[in-house]
Design a protein around this ligand. Structure first.
Ligand SMILES: NC(=O)C1=CN([C@@H]2O[C@H](COP(=O)(O)OP(=O)(O)OC[C@H]3O[C@@H](n4cnc5c(N)ncnc54)[C@H](OP(=O)(O)O)[C@@H]3O)[C@@H](O)[C@H]2O)[C@@H](O)CC1
Ligand SMILES: Nc1ncnc2c1ncn2[C@@H]1O[C@H](COP(=O)(O)OP(=O)(O)O)[C@@H](O)[C@H]1O
Ligand SMILES: [K+]
Length: 504
């Protein structure tokens, strides 16, 4: 699913109005109906709604929602902020359509608001949407400060008011802290970035029938990984296939005290469906691997505690994953330098392999093209230098991927896959239960296992990142977020694969 800018959404709106055709007022009605359907499914008519409307079409949505909720027997109170000469015509028409029984209070300062909203109420933020042009001040800022302090669920229509959707929101400005955001047709870039995402709360995309021709032809470098698209990448296992059909992966890593990392990567590669797995570990890891992962073959280094070499014959492997638990011994760095000089199958580089690359210019310059790198933000900034904002981080991601012709899986709440072509894919699965040591090692194993099966680098990234998060979600559903540990993620990988393949 594409992520569009505010200008593209306005163009989609205009195209739909002209081509469907539909009046802008009726399009607003469709949007309001979608919001009302969502709200009434979750809140019975005993819930009073307090609806805060700005002067533009976002406020117009709020007024239409108020009318439709009233028709369904809900108690409402509407507050108007900034209405006047600038109000949009659809706002005015919806204000005129508002039944007289609904109390309407124009607000010019916070002192005109109730001391506190009743605890059983829901507040609806329809102050400003994608038409925001500057940081909030005056009555808008006062009302938003007030809303952020109320002990009631706060639901934003389209966008939390005060949040810039496709540019950085000025530091220190007032922004709605939504519990829920009901956004129209397409998610906004600000929803998936770490500095603005927390304001959005849980978000849901409500289709409002924007014209499919426009959505098909509009281009955006930003996409969301959604099950309908990711599912298409899955390759069924043919009846007459055998273990050779599904590739032979090599995982290399582990060091004294860090054998768990490579052990979990190994489990994950197997659960991702690889045909054969060999694991190269220092001698200290031999018994551990053979006991914990009996399905894997194990090669040992001549060193006891860390890796100093890679197997001589690499031609038998379809992918090599390097890094989990590797450590940063100088000899491991030298082994990596030697490796990068050879003709190689596709690589997945993680953790200390990335730290070694970051600290060694030789390695950085000879990064094999087509490699997949899986840094968390700190590892990423070791590779590129510090990012000053979310936008800057995306720029760094784009230039790093282009310069090194590689794929970077920048891990986070919405993991972002950067590509050499400049396209970005944001993940939609995963949960805070996955913020626990070792879940990244599991991802490395999944990516290595998929790449070895013949998925392209981009396919492996999309499928692997999505499935990893989905496995985490299924694990959290069964066990709760706090107790989730990394090994649960590979234990639920089979269930995630099954769920994705059965997605309608
Ligand atoms: N296709 C879709 O997705 C559909 C979208 N729809 C809805 O339309 C919304 C977009 O509506 P919109 O363009 O009228 O903009 P909106 O956000 O209401 O505000 C504009 C007004 O606010 C003002 N203003 C701006 N910044 C300000 C500030 N800081 N402080 C104070 N004022 C400020 C600005 O005036 P300015 O002073 O900038 O000239 C102008 O008067 C969208 O989010 C969705 O809810 C649906 O109805 C149907 C289909
Ligand atoms: N809040 C969150 N929501 C979704 N996914 C998360 C969240 N926190 C962490 N994750 C995921 O968990 C993994 C953590 O990886 P990483 O930081 O490398 O951990 P480790 O090095 O301990 O293995 C990443 O895939 C990341 O996307
Ligand atoms: K809003």
């Amino acid at each position: 699913m594409k992520i569009l800018t505010a200008a593209q959404i306005r163009a989609a709106d205009a195209f739909t109005i002209a081509q469907e055709p539909i009046s802008s007022l009726d399009l607003m009605e469709r949007a309001a109906n979608a919001v009302v359907a969502w709200l009434t499914q979750r809140h019975g008519s005993e819930t009073p709604f307090f609806v805060f409307c700005g002067p533009g079409n976002n406020g117009g949505d709020g007024l239409a929602v108020a009318r439709l909720l009233h028709q369904r027997g809900y108690d409402l109170h509407v507050f108007l902020v900034g209405a006047g000469p600038k109000q949009s015509s659809d706002f005015t028409q919806n204000l005129n359509r508002l039944p007289q029984e609904i109390p309407v209070t124009p607000v010019t300062s916070a002192s005109e608001l109730p001391t506190a909203l009743p605890q059983q109420a829901v507040a609806l933020d329809a102050l400003l949407g994608t038409g925001l042009t500057r940081a909030l001040e005056g009555p808008f800022a006062q009302v938003v400060d007030y809303l952020n302090q109320q002990p009631v669920p706060l639901v934003s229509v389209d966008v939390p008011s005060g949040l810039f959707t496709d540019a950085a929101t000025p530091a220190g400005s007032t922004v709605v802290q939504a519990d829920i955001t009901l956004t129209f047709e397409q998610p906004k870039l600000a929803f998936v970035l770490p500095s603005s995402g927390p304001n959005v709360g849980e978000w849901h995309v409500l289709p409002i029938g924007l014209h499919p021709d426009f959505l098909a032809q509009v281009t955006s470098p930003y996409q969301l990984l959604v099950p309908e698209n990711v599912k298409k990448l899955l390759r069924p296992r043919a009846k007459f296939s055998h273990k050779g059909t599904f590739g032979h992966a090599l995982l290399a890593g582990g060091s004294y005290g860090k054998m768990g990392a490579i052990t979990m990567s190994s489990q994950a590669a197997l659960r991702a469906g690889v045909g054969l797995l060999t694991v190269q570990v220092p001698q200290v890891g031999y018994n551990i691997l053979q006991t914990a992962v009996p399905e894997a073959m194990v090669l040992t280094d001549e060193q006891a505690d860390y890796l100093t070499q890679f197997p001589e014959d690499l031609s038998r492997y379809q992918c090599i994953g390097i890094g989990p638990g590797l450590g940063q011994a100088e000899a491991s760095g030298l082994a990596l330098e030697n490796l990068f000089r050879q003709k190689l199958p596709p690589l997945v580089l993680d953790a200390d392999a990335l730290n070694l690359v970051a600290s060694n210019r030789q390695l950085r310059q000879h990064l094999p093209p087509g490699s997949i790198l899986t840094p968390h933000p700190k590892e990423f900034e070791r590779l590129t230098g510090p990012a000053t904002s979310d936008d800057h981080r995306l720029q760094l991601l784009q230039s790093f991927c282009a310069e090194h012709d590689c794929y970077v899986v920048l891990k986070g709440a919405h993991t972002c896959i950067g590509t050499p072509t400049g396209d970005f894919y944001f993940n939609t699965t995963g949960n805070p239960g996955m913020a626990t040591g070792g879940t990244g090692d599991v991802l490395t194993g999944i990516l290595t296992g998929l790449r070895a099966q013949g998925y392209s680098a981009l396919e492996a990234c999309q499928l692997g990142v999505y499935l990893h998060g989905l496995a985490g979600d299924l694990a959290a559903e069964a066990l709760g977020e706090a107790s989730l540990v990394a090994s649960d993620v590979y234990r639920y990988l089979g269930a995630a694969l099954k769920k994705l393949s059965q997605n309608p």
